[in-house]
Design a protein around this ligand. Sequence first.
Ligand SMILES: OCc1cccc(Br)n1
Length: 405
Amino acid sequence: MRQRSWLFGHFRECAKVFGFDEFDAPVLESEELFTRKAGEEITTQLYNFSDKGDRRVALRPELTPSFARLILQQGKSLALPAKWFAIGQCWRYERMTRGRRREHYQWNMDIVGVSGVEAEAELLAAITTFFKRVGVTSADVGIKVSSRKLLQEVLTRFGIDSESFAPVCVVVDKIEKLPREKIEEELRELGVSDEAVEGILAATSMRTVEELEALIGPDAEAVKDLKKLFEYADAYGYRDWLVFDACVVRGLAYYTGIVFEGFDRAGELRAICGGGRYDMLLGALGGENQPMVGFGFGDAVIVELLKDKGLMPDFSKGDVQDLVFPLGESLRPAAMRVAAQLRDAGRTVDLILEDKKAKWAFKQAERVGAQRVILLGEKEWEAGNVRVKDLASREEVDVKLEDLK
Ligand SMILES: OCc1cccc(Br)n1
């Protein structure tokens, strides 16, 4: 819990530095909020059931649909652009044999109402700001960036209807996880022609934006967006984190434009975070579309990365500052007064509540990571003093009660 509080504290602090407002949403939603038909893993693993009122409900597998529903509920009263963030528990139903968690916490940041890639640039700045705060560098982690408009361009050229777009993206998302034949087979199952399959594989093998430009031309939306995004990355100072990778489409059906995912350059871990533009989600939920961009950042992979890199702080001890200890029950009221005075002065205080020996108290001080032990003894108290022991310097001094803080 100490580790989680520390991590979420950085998530929250980052969102605050970027001027985002916190939102929350119910962990239990109507199942239909998540039942998209694009074959995504996130919907095939839905933690869904019928409740006592025979309603079909689900534990949310992600925060974005709930976020979109809340934005819709705000209607015209919502001043745009809206910049909201949340840290929420998300669920999936997996066979436990795989030893993977069924729940995790995900930090989300989303911007509604900005149609230009300035929104994507701002969110990538928030992600790199978080990484820098916890000591991760661009040598440890990169962020793959691409645009689904690249695939859109290819599918349009081969006359593939827009209904196939999301399912094709879900298949292409597996391009680096499955053998090429399997990808081709799944694409054909979606009715994609052989030449369109070749087109998709050619487009996703582009290594640079320049190569992409040569393939689909300088006026293609994907090329213009990506060029502008890399220019903004230079301006923010995080260009060295970004890697163009035409294979990145992300596995969520609703993305429509720029997509990105954080990865460990050692290639040992799953994606650290991911996100992108999803301009059609409000329409899919029955509302009027607004431009939307966001990312999700789970609490599992980042913890593995921080531990691998030796960046995880030591949480074996608490972070109490002072331990207050009366040497004898007659001084217990005095100890309560001293604890209250220190707390009013903003100190964190562990007041020993039982009749304990000094040896136990110092052991407790060690356990809670106390910086000082404040001892109350008969003689000192009579003289209006308390004994303050600094556990780092081992220095022990008598301090006047009125001067204690
Ligand atoms: O990242 C997909 C996901 C969704 C819900 C719960 C867990 Br654990 N993982």
